[in-house]
Each structure stands twice: as C-alpha cells, then as structure tokens.
Design a protein around this ligand. Structure first.
Ligand SMILES: [Zn+2]
Length: 356
C-alpha cells in the first residue's frame, strides 16, 4: 500500500510501471485535496539586495501577531544567515527538513526562495493550516533564484535517485517542476487555490470556487478584468517559436520571442542576428499579412502565455549552465522548439486569459 496526499493522476502510471505493480492488483482511493478557504496563498516579488529582503521578511513577520512562522530556505547557508535574527516563534529550515514535522499553530509559511516543485509548495504550505485557523503561505519570487534552485537539485540528483522510487519520481522532471513553480509565481490573476487544485485534480473532480482571499483573486477583483479567448494569438505565438527554433542555430531565449512577437526592432535583437526576421515581420505587418495582437498586448501577458505553453507541454524549454571565464556558473533557460502536433493539440484546449 502506498499512501500520499499529493499525487497527480499522471504520476500513477509512472509509479505503477516503476514499482512493477500488476494492474489487476492495483486500486486507487483518493480524496479531495486543497481548496481550504482558511489558507491564503500569495506571491511577493523578492527584493534584490539581502538587506532589503531581510526588511521584507521582518514586515511580513510583524503582521503575524500570534502563532508560529516557518521560513523555508533552499540552502542551509541561507538558514544560517537568517538564524542570526532568530526569535523562538520563528522556525527557519531547509525544505528537506520539513517532511514529517507536526506543529499545529503555524500562521505563516514563507518561501525565502521559491520551492522546487508545486508538490513541494503544497506540502510545505499545509503545515500552516493544521488547526484550521486563518494562515498564509507566501513565496518570495525572484527569477534570479533559478540558478540556486537548479544547482541544488542537480547536486542532489544522484543521492535522491538512489534513495527510493518516490524521490526519483520527483527528480524525474526537475526542469518541468521548476517551470511549473515559475508559472505559478508569475500568474497575476488566476485564483492560487484553483491553480494548485488543478495541478492535483483527477478526472471528474469538482472544480472549487475562487477563494477570493489570495493575492490573485484580490487583484482580479480590483482590476475588474474579463476573460478573453486568445486561441488565435496563441497559435501565432507557437508558429513564431517554431519558425525561430527551426531557422536559427543559436540559442533562442524567451525575451527574443516576446520582442519579435510584438514586432519590436531594437539593437539587442539586431545584435543577436535577427535582422532578417525583423524586416520580414515588419513587411508582413505593412502589407497586412500579419497584424499586431489585440489580446496579448503587453510583454507580461505574452511571457505568461509562453510559460503556459511550456507547462502544458506544447513548447519545449531547457535549463543550460554556462561556465564563465572566472569559473562562475550561469544558468539560462533556452527555448528548444515546439512539441510534435502542438498546433493541432492546442485547438482542443482552452486559452482564455484574464485581460483588462
Ligand atoms: Zn484565490
């Protein structure tokens, strides 16, 4: 018997094969997870300098008048730095340590670096609702944390694989796991409870209503947005990714795609060798063969839709580590191309987005 509260439907087949379970002897019992209205999810943009981040943490902590606070760090080094400012009601730990811990008056969970996976986020945040009182789960998000997170996962990969099957299941898709967390963090409008619920939802599960307390629900209500179907523009974005990755041998990054999609012409793009495509697109625009997007109008939305395509498995991305001359390692995310049949596949899915 295997028991877990955070197993996706797609993981079942993988588990079944890897544990060599006879399907006839395999039955699944699963309950409803998440959608706890007392747990408030938020993502805050992490400040740049360490001193500012500490200030940011103190402000968050001071809002919580009673109960305990957990701060998860990716590395022990970060814990040690933070512990210098210790208070007994504040527990600072690495994500690995939290497994199996049982404390019931946690009011606030803070991810000092964004978590390694959505499963990680949910398991850690669950510590904050043991007694069913109102509590918060906050991720401090900075895209600069990718390098740190990815390095830790790579360092641990070997030992994790040898440990057991469940762990190797998580290692199995390190990059995709990180991409899914980034997508969660850059999401500005979808209810966070629903995003997390959908992640673990099984076919025929009843979708919960929006929580109305997470940062995204509050922002969506405040900005008075409406949902718009952007399928045609999403299709154009996929076509552009396909064209760029087919035509260019150099590494394509997300910013290239976002700027070219918006018909930009700047020195950065030209330096990257996109002169021909810039001119071709300008010409197509002039003769009416192409038109500017009416829905995916701003950079943020194009970026968001791109990450959506990655997380739905229609566009492929990978993390590449470059060694600098000074022997430093730099991490970057490179766009690899479009998955086979992506253009047909996307027509069967829903591409509505919250827009002004
Ligand atoms: Zn919500």
């Amino acid at each position: 018997m295997t028991m877990t509260a955070t197993c996706r439907h797609s993981d079942i087949e993988y588990l079944q094969n890897n544990l060599q379970i006879n399907p006839a002897k395999f039955s699944i019992i699963h309950g409803n997870i998440l959608a706890h209205q007392e747990l408030q999810f938020e993502v805050h943009k992490k400040k740049d300098k360490e001193i500012e981040i500490i200030k940011q943490l103190i402000d968050l902590i001071e809002e919580i008048k009673e109960g305990r606070i957990i701060i998860y760090c990716a590395r022990k080094k970060d814990c040690d730095n933070l512990i210098k400012k210790k208070e007994t009601r504040i527990m600072i730990m690495t994500t690995a340590f939290e497994m199996g811990m049982d404390i019931d008056d946690v009011r606030l969970v803070i991810y000092y670096s964004y978590p390694f996976s959505i499963t990680n986020l949910v398991q850690g945040s669950e510590r904050a609702r043991r007694d069913n009182n109102h509590s918060k789960s906050i991720v401090l998000y900075s895209k600069n944390d990718l390098q740190n997170n990815y390095s830790i996962l790579i360092e641990n990969k070997e030992s994790m694989i040898s440990e057991n099957y469940t762990r190797s299941l998580k290692v199995y898709n390190i990059e995709q796991n990180l991409f899914e967390v980034i997508f969660y963090c850059i999401d500005l409008y979808r209810c966070r409870q629903i995003i997390l619920w959908q992640y673990f939802a099984w076919p025929n599960d009843m979708i919960p209503t929006s929580c109305n307390i997470c940062d995204n629900c509050r922002r969506r209500i405040h900005d008075k947005l409406k949902e718009i179907n952007a399928v045609q523009e999403v299709q154009k974005l996929v076509e552009l990714v396909e064209e760029l990755t087919n035509r260019f041998d150099s590494e394509i990054i997300l910013l290239d795609i976002v700027e070219l999609f918006r018909f930009a012409d700047n020195s950065r793009l030209r330096k990257r060798g996109f002169d021909t495509i810039i001119e071709e697109r300008a010409e197509a625009l002039r003769i009416g063969k192409q038109s500017k997007s009416k829905i995916l109008k701003n950079k943020n939305l194009v970026t968001f839709v791109f990450w959506d395509l990655v997380c739905r498995g229609l566009v492929k991305q990978k993390i590449v580590i470059h060694q600098t001359i000074a022997n430093h390692r730099i991490c970057s995310v490179v766009v690899c191309g479009v998955e086979n049949g992506a253009k047909e596949h996307l027509l069967q899915e829903n591409w509505t987005y919250w827009c002004k």
